[in-house]
Write a protein that binds this ligand. Sequence first.
Ligand code: HSE
Length: 441
Amino acid sequence: MGNKISVGLLGFGVVGSGVMQIIENNQAELIHQLGTEVHVKSILVRNPAKSRNVDLDRTRITTDPEIILNDPEIDVIIEVMGGIDEAREHILKAFSAKKHVVTANKDLVALHGPELQEAANQNKCDFFYEASVAGGIPILRGITGGLSADRIQQVMGIVNGTTNYILTKMANEGMPYEDALQEAQELGFAEADPTSDVEGLDAARKMAILGRLAFSTDIELEEVEVSGIKNLALEDLQYGDQLGYTMKLIGFAKCHDKEVEVSVEPTLLSKEHPLADVKNEYNAVYVYGEAVGETMFYGPGAGSLPTATAVMSDVVEVIRNVRLGVNGNIVTEPRFKKELKTPDHRFGQYYLRLHVKDEAGVFSTISSLFHELDISFKRILQNPIKKHEVAEIVLVTHQTSLGNFNKALNQLESLHDVLDVKSYYKVEGDVEHVAGTTETL
Ligand code: HSE
């Protein structure tokens, strides 16, 4: 590594062009941090003829990855091409050629992060991926650096801007789901195929990465329980609002006594919770550490320059490590082998909306069923739907185990007086009262 640091860019889409802009516009800041210039030597693109927003020196463009991966002058590879198999192959080759790698590719890191980290370490190379979670928010370094001496117990994240935008529009403007999704796509937050946004998979990938780093343990993507926002009914957002909750797609990662649970689910969040005010396309990650208590990291979760800022923070870290001679030193062994929590070890509050026969004694039957499972109600709403002689009941439970709540759901479905279990959601952030003071609205 000489006086000028040369990097190679794999990909020149939204993030790649942002990286180029930061390198060109913030050279003075980079020189101040690193004592040397940073220069993009080569750029891998699929289609060299494509017209681009950024003015590019065409001699730097190539369609052959080997030109970049085998260039002895290139020290750092920035992978912003996306996709999984090709990107993985290029990164493994880069490590074999002793090049450090920075990536923004959450899909790849969620699926192959541990393998790539291992390959990086074996070659004494750095492998950083700050931009893979929550775009411009420096959350990975917040966890692995700022909170590294603490025992993190819980991470809760609004880590998908598309769904947060949709839910904000549905809640604040009563906008139908499809219209809000179309707006999010037009604004450019959504993935090329928004299925992974709205079905929760994009958030699940980010939560797998966050969970691994927060608890220093092995979490696989398939261990994240996922449900998305596609089937949400406006009624549930409205009832939630009436009860003091706002609907958010929340990623949860919790760890207690080496037992871990990771999930992504639409959640009725108390309006008092710090995450409840995170609106539109913004992201935020709430981290609870045993010593530090509550912390929250907020900012843009996508976009060219915010994501490129995170990429460049990794490049700066790599170059600092080169100067110190400490690349490739990340601990790869999990600190402990986790168990996944069983439903009987998972506790929470739940919201439930039922359609029942509007007859005497029905509520008492439902209430006895919950009583037998030791589940008590915190909130109860009932509305007659007159024309059909049906009543709609909305219940919010006190804390209970997921195991018991699931049993209640099964038993409710077999009750003759219960016509339909319309919906149920996790409730989070409610201030729990002392048992026995159930509030009925
Ligand atoms: N589609 C993602 C989102 C982009 O909506 O948050 C950033 O990963």
